[in-house]
Design a protein around this ligand. Structure first.
Ligand SMILES: NC(=O)c1ccc[n+]([C@@H]2O[C@H](COP(=O)([O-])OP(=O)(O)OC[C@H]3O[C@@H](n4cnc5c(N)ncnc54)[C@H](O)[C@@H]3O)[C@@H](O)[C@H]2O)c1
Length: 263
């Protein structure tokens, strides 16, 4: 048994890798030895992260089947194979039920649910037997603590993240039944002050749920046994673990990385 998480020789694609949690995951996977492919809509930031980690960039819209087809093909050509797919890209649009906007909910369903489902599809096709990478591997989906708690103002988002959890379980089962040799797990990150996380705290005030941003963050910390917000590194470490052989008998689970907030 090795004690260090070592991903040398693995090729890992991270969607939404241009910033925030995805950028942290790209950096951590590369630090563990993997060749990283940053996949994002944001070419400018995505290319910079790819360059910083000595990896590759592919333009990829997770909501678009053809974009996945081309993105995965390009990733495999550039990196020489594919072993890990992290379905991290996601969006959050807050609202009270009283003011729910159908288009906002549709947008979250497209990116968070359809985007993850298509990511699983293309990971399976590429990494399964006979695929262009074809050696098996791991898929890690990014859900949220929002899938496990009832927090006001994020109904649509929470629903999409609960769906990511279910996609994960069915995908793990299907992979097993079909003998694809691909493990599928998800993480439930707690609140991390990325662009999305900071936006959520601001929105809590705009929606009238808290008086100040500090009070909103304080409320979240109060609900967290570890007594703090999460960091990008906290989330990235969990993803490296799930990508590694040290998690080889962990399959079809949702791992809370939330300091206990969602217990
Ligand atoms: N930040 C948090 O507190 C938090 C907590 C729980 C879960 N999450 C989840 O973690 C993931 C990353 O969150 P973040 O905070 O880094 O968000 P972020 O907004 O900082 O970054 C999201 C990234 O996804 C990319 N993206 C958006 N739509 C895309 C699409 N259609 N195709 C490809 N890329 C696309 C963006 O360009 C951006 O680079 C999301 O799935 C989010 O729901 C975040």
């Amino acid at each position: 048994m090795t004690t260090e998480l070592n991903l040398t020789g693995r090729r890992a694609l991270v969607t939404g890798g241009a910033q925030g949690l995805g950028e942290g995951m790209a950096r951590a996977l590369a630090a563990a030895g993997a060749t990283v492919i940053v996949a994002d809509l944001n070419d400018d930031l995505g290319s910079k992260v790819a360059e910083a980690v000595g990896g590759h960039f592919v333009h990829l819209d997770v909501t678009d089947d053809a974009s996945w087809e081309a993105g995965i093909a390009s990733a495999i050509t550039q990196a020489g194979g594919l072993d890990v797919v992290v379905n991290n890209a996601g969006i959050e649009i807050t609202s009270l039920f009283l003011n729910l906007d159908a288009n906002d909910v549709r947008k979250m369903l497209e990116v968070n649910v359809l985007g993850t489902a298509l990511g699983i599809k293309h990971a399976f096709r590429a990494m399964g037997p006979g695929g262009s990478a074809g050696q098996g591997g791991t898929v890690i989906n990014v859900a949220s603590v929002a899938a496990t708690i009832a927090f006001p103002g994020i109904s649509g988002y929470s629903a999409t993240k609960s769906a990511v959890d279910r996609l994960t379980r069915v995908a793990a089962m299907e992979s097993g039944k079909l003998g694809l040799g691909i493990r599928v797990n998800c993480v439930y990150p707690g609140l991390v002050p990325t662009e999305m996380g900071t936006g959520l705290a601001n929105d809590m005030v705009t929606l009238g749920l808290f008086d100040t941003v500090e009070a909103a963050i304080g409320g979240i910390v109060e609900q967290t046994p570890s007594g703090r917000l999460g960091t990008v590194e906290d989330m990235a470490d969990a993803v490296v673990f799930l990508a590694s052989d040290q998690s080889k008998f962990i399959n079809g689970v949702g791992l809370p990385v939330d300091g206990g907030m969602g217990m």
